[in-house]
Design a protein around this ligand. Structure first.
Ligand code: G6P
Length: 476
């Protein structure tokens, strides 16, 4: 296998497996933001991407896709259960999202997590050229930076954490809290969504290891008695904003937006929620607020409809099954109480849609509701803003989403405060066009100025600087 100068390591490969009616297998680019973000970088850099192909026990040899070498990592059915559903999504996910759901600490999950991280690290070590750069992604692979550094001290290693990093009072629950920090500190640059996340990480390092931290630098002791610098810093991720602008300009998409309004019975105002069906997203709180507005008579179903897209996610994890039941019960109750034969209160769609349809929904929606209880960034907020080329519409945004740090002109809410959220929704519904325009222009400037290309560029520049420092040290 040829080796690459630049290697991305992520839990998932940037492609989805499709098997057609004749049983013929092919690969299709996944719709995810990270894939779009890294595509130009991968092309420029002669890159490889190490990741899981989805599915159990798939034996797939490395292959070229769109100019990138894809290196599949095999997971058994048991490993998917223990490493992915268990440790990643039933321990780290809830713990790092402020224990909205209770994290479970199981030693067999941890053992599988170590084993699988090792397999990803080995695959990356094999794929990377001498002196190359490796960029590890997200909480499923927190041990990879250290494992990789031990196997390949010549590499420059970056890690980006796409989800929140919790305050020490919560983080310290983790039975393997030291091992995880050591794993992350194997990287030269450790990126976070918010300044607060980077701060929480540095604080955990100080509390558990007493290393010196200065601004964004952490002095990590080496065996020879000196230290090396690890950078722990915020690099807020973004979207490919111009592709949303292009879609929003497309007459077919605009026609579809009008059609959506008609299909909903032309309500005066459309509210929209778009989320993975996840307990971090605050969907129940949103439904509660909307249900109460109907009950109080502040809005009626002829006037206002809430469209809630909830895309299926992690369906074999108990907390997600339970959440789905709770949400579907809540939707059924509200609709049962308030629907008429001609109008619905909540149009609930348990499905995922292509980007064209999403942009049409964004254009049809007068109010976008992002009410996450905790969220690393929340790219939907940025997508809505990018799509509103007409400078109309109002974004209601939870202060617990990373996007709130940048999108100051949104109507900000605390989703735990149901009365506050109801007031904000009413304010958004009634907002005069001039105020919508003023806020939306400020939001759009922010999102269009800092798109995802800028994000990867700033992270990779920091990584290139780390590489220069490293080369100077070796030369000495
Ligand atoms: C979040 C995580 C990603 C993950 C995605 C979808 O955005 O930060 O790492 O890929 O959710 O979740 P899934 O478990 O389906 O990969």
């Amino acid at each position: 296998m040829s080796q690459a100068e630049f290697v991305v390591v992520a839990n998932r490969l940037p492609v989805d497996r499709v098997v057609d009616a004749d049983g013929e297998l092919s690969w299709r680019r996944s719709p995810g933001g990270l894939v779009t973000a890294l595509e130009p970088v991968m092309k420029k850099e002669d890159g490889a991407w190490v990741g899981w192909a989805g599915g159990a026990d798939l034996e797939v040899e490395p292959f070229e896709f769109d100019g990138t070498l894809l290196v599949p990592v095999k997971l058994s059915a048991e490993e998917i259960e223990l490493y992915y559903e268990g440790m990643s999504n039933d321990t780290f996910w809830p713990l790092y999202h402020d224990v909205i759901a209770a994290p479970r600490y199981r030693r067999i999950w941890w053992d599988a997590y170590v084993r699988v991280n090792k397999r990803f690290a080995e695959a990356a070590a094999e794929a990377a050229a001498p002196g190359g750069t490796v960029w590890v992604q997200d909480y499923q692979l927190q041990l990879v930076p250290k494992m990789l550094r031990e196997a390949r001290p010549d590499l420059t290693i970056g890690y980006f954490h796409h989800i929140p990093f919790p305050a020490y009072g919560l983080y310290s629950q983790l039975p393997w809290r030291k091992q995880v920090l050591e794993g992350l500190l194997g990287a030269d640059v450790i990126g976070f969504q918010r300044v607060a996340d980077a701060g929480n990480f540095a604080r955990a390092v100080r509390r558990l290891f007493h290393y010196t931290t200065k601004a964004t630098g952490i002095a990590v002791p080496l065996e020879n008695g000196t230290t090396r610098n690890a950078l722990a810093k915020a690099f807020p991720i973004s979207i490919d904003a111009s592709s949303y602008v292009e879609l929003a300009k497309d007459p077919k998409v605009q026609a579809r937006a009008l059609e959506i309004r008609q299909e909903l019975g032309n309500p005066r105002k459309i509210l929209l929620g778009v989320d993975r069906l996840d307990y971090t997203k605050g969907i129940r709180h949103r439904l509660k607020a909307f249900g109460e507005l109907l009950e109080d008579g502040h809005v009626g179903v002829e006037d206002v409809t809430l469209v809630q897209v909830a895309s299926p996610s992690r369906e074999r994890v108990e907390a997600y099954m339970q959440l789905r039941d709770e949400i579907e019960l809540a939707v059924g109750r509200v609709n049962g109480d308030f629907d008429t034969t001609g109008h619905t209160a909540i149009r609930y769609l348990h499905n995922s849609y292509p980007r064209e349809e999403m942009v049409a929904l964004f254009l049809a929606a007068d109010v976008m509701l992002v009410t996450a209880l905790r969220d690393g960034m929340n790219l939907v907020a940025k997508e809505y803003v990018a799509a509103r080329i007409d400078n109309r519409g109002t974004l209601v945004l939870s202060e617990f989403a990373g996007a709130a740090d940048e999108l100051a002109s949104a109507v900000r809410i605390n989703p735990h405060d149901i009365d506050g959220m109801k007031d904000a929704i009413m304010r958004a519904i009634q907002m005069p066009p001039a105020e919508q325009g003023k806020r939306m222009r400020a939001l759009r400037k922010k999102v269009l100025d800092s798109d995802v290309a800028k994000w990867s560029e700033s992270f990779l520049t920091a990584l290139a600087d780390a590489r220069t420092v490293k080369a100077a040290r070796v030369a000495r």
